[in-house]
Ligand binder design. Structure first.
Ligand SMILES: [Ca+2]
Length: 430
């Protein structure tokens, strides 16, 4: 007989909620029921709408059946895991409502499943109350009747978490402050919500009987808001209370891991852009201060330093000629090697460039920065360097094949603003 009735209810639920994949009706000790409804992924608004319709139908038919919605994984957890089995057992009349909290509190194996179920139940209730309070179709006393029942159940959950049944606790609901007053989530007067609910129910029901209808007034609206606020605090409390030390530790470690990972990435990014290892360090040449003003160059016959012709100090590494740059050097097929020091007045990024016809190569601080050792028309070639302020060793090699012979050593902080390196920043003259 009972089963037959349940089947009818299941059919009705399926008609109202076409997205339902499965239904199980669970009886509670008070002879009421929870309809656990498995749903497909659907927008929250559609679920809320379906839920409102369903509750309305249940109330109209005088059935005290609270719908609880669960997705596939929650459904699986509830009906296919040992954790779920015990939850279902706890709904048996002789076991007491939601004793599950007590059962799981002692078991270290399912803290997460328990927490999820308890939080889910409270969230569902909260959603139901919110949709009921905006439903002008239902008489308020019916809304308060359902809300009262759900709040009652939530108190059962809270008390069960303290290891006591609400009905067996001394003082019943009045002992609420004894157990929960020290929690940051609750106030001593939270327990009075039940009484307020009761008196609102009576008031609205009397009005309904006398006038044939009643509306939700400002007081009732305020009470329902208060209930939703209370449920939100309950959810936080349950979530925190049922998180084990181990889980907290794991979360903390994860947080530390992520934070230090992010920190490391930031450090790496800073290093990547700053490149401190990339800076050329200056050389210690104390004589350079007195001997600055030019750089020594050796001039050769032949494109590849075949025969020394002369050595002299040039004020700049710079000439442009169709003839011989220095007397005795042939006008074509010669080469020059300047070797000495160059001064950088600031630390930072510099462009060191040559304008040359023909080939050129430049070594700065032992690092090759320009290598264009080939016959070519006049072109500018640059190397980008990071230097520390001070003197740095430099070697500039150049050759001329035929025609025009040009070399100029330039420097600047921007590539578009390089200028010939002045004699003052070259070393060494005699
Ligand atoms: Ca040439």
């Amino acid at each position: 007989m009972e089963n037959e009735k349940d089947e009818n209810v299941e059919e009705e639920i399926k008609q109202i909620l076409p997205f339902t994949k499965d239904i199980k009706i669970l009886k509670t000790p008070k002879g009421e029921g929870v309809a656990v409804i498995k749903y497909s992924s659907l927008p929250a608004s559609q679920i809320a709408e379906g839920r409102t319709k369903l509750i309305r139908l249940m109330i109209e038919k005088g059935k005290k059946l609270i719908p609880v919605f669960m997705n596939d994984s929650e459904w699986k957890l509830l009906f296919e895991s040992p954790a779920g089995e015990r939850w279902l057992e706890s709904l048996e009349p002789e076991r007491g409502m939601l004793n599950l909290i007590k059962i799981f509190k002692g078991s270290k194996n399912y803290p997460k499943s328990l927490r999820k179920l308890a939080v889910r139940v409270i969230e569902n209730y909260s959603g139901i109350i919110e949709s009921l309070s905006s439903d002008s179709y239902l008489p308020p006393h019916m809304i308060f009747e359902v809300t009262h029942r759900m709040i009652d159940e939530v108190f059962e959950i809270l008390f069960a978490m303290k290891g006591v049944g609400l009905s067996e606790s001394e003082g019943g609901i009045l002992s609420f402050s004894k157990y929960f007053a020290d929690s940051k989530y609750f106030r001593a007067d939270d327990a009075f919500i039940l009484y307020e609910m009761e008196s609102s129910f009576k008031k609205c029901k009397n009005l309904f009987i006398i006038a044939g209808k009643s509306d939700i007034g400002r007081d009732e609206k305020y009470l329902l808001d208060k209930v939703v606020d209370f449920l939100s605090r309950c959810r936080k409390y349950v979530n925190e209370e049922l998180t084990t030390e181990q889980e907290r530790k794991r979360e903390k470690n994860l947080f530390i891991g992520i934070t230090s990972g992010v920190f490391l990435i930031i450090i790496l990014l800073i290093l990547w852009f700053w490149k401190p290892w990339d800076y050329l360090k200056p050389v210690n040449v104390p004589f350079a201060e007195q001997k600055r003003g030019g750089i020594s160059g050796v001039y050769y016959a032949g494109k590849n330093f075949e025969k020394v012709i002369t050595q002299k100090v040039d004020r700049k590494i710079r000439f442009r000629t169709y003839g011989s740059p220095v007397s005795g050097v042939p006008q074509d097929f010669f080469s020059v090697r300047w070797k000495g020091y160059i001064f950088f007045p600031d630390s930072g990024v510099y462009y060191v460039c040559t304008q040359s016809d023909d080939g050129v190569r430049v070594e700065l601080g032992g690092r090759k920065i320009i290598e264009e050792w080939r016959e070519k028309p006049l072109t500018e070639d640059c190397g980008k360097v990071r230097v520390k302020k001070g003197w740095h060793s430099i070697t500039v090699e150049y050759f001329e094949a035929g025609g025009e012979a040009t070399i100029d050593l330039l420097r600047g902080k921007k590539k578009s603003q390089v200028e010939s390196v002045p004699a003052y920043d070259l070393c060494c003259s005699k």
